[in-house]
Ligand binder design. Structure first.
Ligand code: AP5
Ligand code: MG
Length: 215
């Protein structure tokens, strides 16, 4: 969990390469639907560009379907889901029905001024590999280090769209902090730190949780 630009995708990509479980980003799934020109993709495009959220029923159905895929059998890292309390309740039900539970809700905390700077300099390739023109530049300008594909800017990374996305986040997603705190699942990370430090802190926390699970 975290505001737009707090580093959810950056951290999730680093964690999946460590744990070998899928990175399930609802934003990436919606962008793929847009590329394929599906009915959902067309509907989502308008909502995403306006900085709002796609309706809960659609998002819950998407996640229920994704979590039944074979690659998610041993766990997954969710990025950008849940974003509302109905989504969080639906996730808890879906996991309970499979005798599974959430290990933790990782919150990457970063103030609005920080994330605004990050989003305006973000670049990514069509496979979602992430860069920043100043904080994490690619080796060759405009090209992805991992697959050589051209880098581009997201359409929702324009200044007015960023402020609307932040407003939606504060209004609809911040209540989830209390939701997960009350359930003893919330773990906070200082997202203003360097991405390697944030990663190390998340890894150390996950190691402790895994140890506790075995006791
Ligand atoms: P989504 O794609 O999830 O967008 P978001 O939440 O706005 O978050 P971002 O992807 O913009 O930021 P991030 O936290 O992943 O940061 P990143 O790692 O890229 O969702 C898009 C839209 O889809 C939503 O607005 C909504 O409309 C819809 N949607 C998705 N899920 C939904 C749901 N569940 N319900 C309803 N609607 C839904 O990092 C940002 C930049 O900073 C990068 O350039 C990176 O290189 C750099 N950076 C990262 N970490 C650091 C660091 N520590 N120091 C310096 N730079 C850093
Ligand atoms: Mg992201």
């Amino acid at each position: 969990m975290g505001a737009p630009g707090s580093g959810k995708g950056t951290q999730a990509q680093r964690l999946v390469s460590r744990f070998g479980i899928p990175h399930v980003s609802t934003g990436d799934i919606l962008r793929r639907e847009q590329e394929q020109g599906t009915e959902l993709g067309l509907r989502a495009k308008q909502i995403m560009e306006a900085g709002g959220y796609v309706d809960d029923a659609t998002m819950i159905a998407m996640i229920r379907n994704r979590l039944t895929q074979p690659d998610a059998a041993n766990g997954f890292i969710l990025d950008g889901f849940p974003r509302t309390i109905p989504q969080a309740d639906a996730l808890a039900d879906a996991l309970q029905n499979r005798d599974r539970r959430l290990t933790a809700a990782l919150l990457i905390d970063a103030p609005d001024e920080t994330v605004i700077k990050r989003l305006s300099g973000r670049r990514q390739c069509s496979d979602g590999h992430l860069y920043h023109v100043e904080f994490d530049p690619p080796k060759h300008e405009g090209r992805c280090d991992q697959d050589g594909k051209p880098l581009s800017q997201r359409e929702d990374d324009e200044p007015e769209k960023i402020s609307k996305r932040l407003e939606t986040y504060h209004e609809q997603t911040e209540p989830l902090k209390d939701y997960y705190e009350e359930r003893g699942l919330l773990r906070r990370f200082d997202g203003t730190q360097d991405k390697v430090k944030v990663h190390d802190h998340i890894r150390a926390t996950l190691a402790t949780l895994r140890l506790e699970e075995r006791l």
